[in-house]
Design a protein around this ligand. Structure first.
Ligand SMILES: Nc1ncnc2c1ncn2[C@@H]1O[C@H](COP(=O)(O)OP(=O)(O)O)[C@@H](O)[C@H]1O
Ligand SMILES: [Mg+2]
Length: 260
């Protein structure tokens, strides 16, 4: 144990004074939490800003230090793989799979839609358009706040039905989103790339371990590599698409200014 000099993750003055890139912080936290949730199944579940320190290194990067190891979620392999499958179904906008995996996590019938909103912190419309494609707007936040009071009974029903592991994950998700909100780095595409790759690894590790023959094992390993490659291609193309859109928008704006 050592005492670490640093600033709290929500200390914007410390971040600015030390020239820390908030996106580096969010990316590192995202990687850390994706690894803990989807791969290790052992999750520091109290990531409020008082428990996360930032420290600028001599190399100019930023270290993330997790403090206070008093509350951990110990996820069973079954839960971890099912939760990974749920996230993949949300990213794939596959309602049938969302219903199935929500159901396996204790959510009955049509409540899977609300559950997906609770897991992602996004509206159903956004989920159907792609949580990794749409940045959260103030309109979306206002809509969430407006709708929330009407679905409180259903939300408390869901919270009563899920197990302790899921409750800790929901709490952890909310705390992470709070940090991203403070740092103004919400819904980053890079985070979804890392997350979906961890989900694929978690689901395929189970399939590879359970394959009955050597041939099946090799098949599963190849499918896993193919899916990881597809994810990389998808997010690279999505980023390129966004850059093109920005360039086109800038071009259109400059044309309007010239015409005036
Ligand atoms: N190793 C450490 N280095 C620097 N500060 C620390 C360290 N451990 C604890 N702290 C400071 O003490 C505070 C309380 O410690 P913590 O372990 O979070 O206990 P608590 O259970 O009271 O929340 C932290 O928010 C942090 O500011
Ligand atoms: Mg603490």
């Amino acid at each position: 144990m050592e005492f670490v000099e640093g600033g709290q993750v929500n200390d914007l003055k410390y971040i600015q004074d030390n020239n820390i890139d908030p996106f580096e912080v969010t990316d590192k936290l995202g990687k850390l939490y994706s690894q803990m949730i989807f791969i290790n199944g052992f999750v520091h579940s109290d990531p409020h800003p008082g428990n996360i320190l930032l420290k600028k290194t001599d190399e100019g990067t930023c270290d993330i230090i997790l403090l206070d190891h008093g509350l951990y979620a110990n996820l069973s392999d079954e839960f971890r793989v099912e939760y990974s499958r749920l996230w993949l179904s949300i990213l794939n906008r596959d309602r049938k799979a969302m219903r199935l995996h929500s159901n396996n996590l204790g959510i009955e019938g049509d409540l899977y839609g609300l559950f997906a909103c609770m897991v992602t912190g996004r509206t159903w419309d956004t989920i159907m358009e792609g949580v990794d494609r749409r940045k959260q707007t103030t309109g979306e936040k206002e809509l969430m706040q407006k709708v929330l009071p009407n679905v409180l009974p259903q939300i408390s029903g869901i919270l009563e039905n899920v197990n302790r592991q899921m409750l800790l994950i929901l709490k952890t998700n909310d705390l992470m989103r709070g940090i991203e909100h403070t740092l103004c780095t919400s819904a980053r595409m890079g985070a979804f790339r890392v997350m979906s790759k961890c989900c694929v690894r978690s689901v395929y590790k189970e399939k590879i371990d359970n394959a009955s023959t050597k041939i099946d094992k090799i098949k599963m390993i190849l499918v896993q590599y193919w899916l990881l490659f597809k994810i990389n291609m998808y997010y690279t193309l999505l980023s390129l698409g966004q850059i093109c859109n920005t360039v086109v928008n800038l071009g259109q704006r400059s044309l309007q200014i010239i015409k005036r």
